[in-house]
Design a protein around this ligand. Structure first.
Ligand code: CA
Length: 228
């Protein structure tokens, strides 16, 4: 099996070196770009398996690089992990809505970095269950066809919107979704969902799901994710 390739996009040399050292040691093939322009050229010439993208770059910033990667057919399916500083939640939200797959906040430990990279590469291999497939995660079972949710084999009564929110998140464990992405996904016939009311749906879901409610994780300032 050939090595999985990662394109590191980072203009700070010391961070670049630490990240390169740790990822190389894990067996990943690393390429590096110090500017957004170089990153786009390199990714287009030979799409990597993953892009680790610092958002604070000179000239073309990371969000713009992400937008262009996701807009180009050759690189649209390449996972992007954004590297952000603390307090950049609004950039994280923007990036996720542009199609970035995950993010990591500086300063990060090598252990956290590797876990994040592995998780994103693993999720890339997994297929999302189809709309009709039943989903079982720990003590929670979702039967989309029957519109039924069981916790410890006992049925749980959810509203239509709560069901859709749960199903949307549970089909993609580990992925972070912004409120807007959740609203967009569950919109359908229910036009009363606004991005703030997503919080209300989550509160209702957690209460009704009991201990399985802990599977829905709040990602502060960003949105929600279903635990892997
Ligand atoms: Ca930077």
């Amino acid at each position: 099996m050939s090595k999985e390739s990662i394109l590191l996009v980072e203009d700070e040399r010391d961070i670049l070196e630490v990240v390169r050292y740790n990822l190389t040691r894990e067996g990943y093939a690393i390429r590096e770009a110090e500017t957004g322009e170089d990153a786009l050229l390199m990714a287009a010439a030979e799409p990597p398996d993953l892009v680790l993208l610092d958002l604070m770059l000179p000239k073309i910033n990371g969000l713009e690089v992400c937008r262009r990667l996701k807009a180009a057919p050759a690189t649209a399916s390449v996972p992007v992990v954004m590297v952000t500083a603390k307090g950049e939640e609004s950039d994280i939200v923007t990036g996720l809505e542009m199609g970035a797959d995950d993010y990591i906040t500086k300063p990060f430990s090598p252990r956290v970095l590797l876990a994040r990279v592995r998780a994103v590469l693993r999720r890339k291999q997994q297929t999302v269950p189809s709309e009709d497939d039943s989903i079982t995660i720990k003590n929670l079972v979702i039967h989309p066809g029957r519109h039924e949710v069981l916790v410890d084999d006992a049925p749980v009564t959810l509203t239509n919107t709560e069901f859709k929110v749960l199903h949307y998140l549970a089909r993609r464990p580990g992925w972070v979704f912004t409120r807007y992405q959740i609203v967009d996904a569950v919109h359908g016939q229910d036009y009363s969902v606004t991005d703030r009311s997503v919080d209300g749906q989550i509160v209702g879901l957690r209460r009704k799901l009991g201990d399985a409610g802990g599977l829905i994780e709040t990602v502060r300032g960003v949105g929600y994710r279903f635990r892997e």
